[in-house]
Design a binder for this molecule. Structure first.
Ligand SMILES: Cc1cc2nc3c(=O)[nH]c(=O)nc-3n(C[C@H](O)[C@H](O)[C@H](O)COP(=O)(O)OP(=O)(O)OC[C@H]3O[C@@H](n4cnc5c(N)ncnc54)[C@H](O)[C@@H]3O)c2cc1C
Length: 227
């Protein structure tokens, strides 16, 4: 697995149920755009909301340029993604907690509690969303999600982290695939997802890249310096 943001670590946790996984990441594990996301994650988890409405809001906000099939797949999977994040220990803000913190917003929060959202999670309404559906951890959602994912992945006996290793090339052949990795002090050819875990010069049976990184191609970015 190349990349240790929300995509990479979620995939690594699933894959680790089936075999050995090497997570290769160019900085420390938690340094990813994921940790900088503040607002939250939209998902249909309230009985007052529907997937059709989420799809419609997304397509309208995307000025009808979105691939509707992809939007529908993402909206349909939202609830199970949130459930998995809660399962691994992500502490999303609950409606009742927020109500206590913000007595002056009592009426608004009361309405929110009545959405019957999964596990009583608090739902914000932002941007083009027609219903409250943004799950969040105060205003540091990504930081908390990344913390929970890194913790769960590090604990998994089938996962080995390769931090400070940047994937610079990917070589494939018909029978095997290799990737060349470089850290500041060494160059390493990683390979095999075989029984003993990844070893230099053996071949990975499967490779997934979740390196995001469009930020890196822009002159100005709100992403971290290493992104
Ligand atoms: C400031 C900010 C606010 C945001 N707010 C929100 C929000 O409120 N809600 C929302 O849904 N989204 C938000 N986003 C977007 C969201 O953070 C990203 O869409 C999401 O985190 C991408 O996750 P990812 O796992 O695909 O990539 P990332 O989290 O960027 O992870 C990429 C990983 O790949 C690694 N990597 C990259 N290249 C290499 C390489 N060559 N070799 C090895 N490793 C490599 C990186 O080190 C990193 O670990 C925000 C983004 C930013 C920057």
């Amino acid at each position: 697995m190349i990349g240790s943001g929300i995509a990479g670590l979620s995939y690594a946790l699933e894959a680790a149920e089936h075999g050995k996984v090497a997570v290769v990441t160019k900085s420390v594990a938690h340094e990813a755009s994921t940790a900088y996301a503040q607002g939250g994650i939209s998902a249909v988890i309230s009985h007052l909301d529907t997937i059709d409405e989420h799809v419609n809001d997304t397509v309208v906000a995307g000025d009808y340029l979105c691939d509707e099939k992809a939007v529908r797949a993402l909206c349909a999977d939202g609830k199970s993604a949130i459930e998995k994040l809660v399962e691994i220990g992500t502490r999303f803000t609950k409606a009742e907690e927020l109500e206590e913190k913000n007595k002056e917003k009592e009426k608004e929060e009361e309405q929110n509690i009545q959405t019957g959202a999964y596990q009583g999670l608090h739902l914000c309404r932002e941007g083009g969303h027609g219903k409250p559906r943004i799950v969040h951890c105060d205003d540091m959602t990504g930081k908390e999600v990344e913390r929970a994912l890194v913790e769960a992945t590090r604990k998994h006996p089938n996962v080995t982290f390769y931090e400070h290793h940047a994937c610079v090339d990917l070589m494939t052949s018909s029978s095997s695939s290799k990737m060349t990795l470089m850290s500041s002090s060494c160059a390493l050819t990683i390979s095999a997802m075989s029984t003993g875990g990844p070893r230099p010069d053996s071949a990975a049976v499967a490779l997934a890249a979740a390196t995001a990184d469009a930020d890196a191609s822009r002159r100005f970015t709100t992403g971290g310096a290493l992104m």
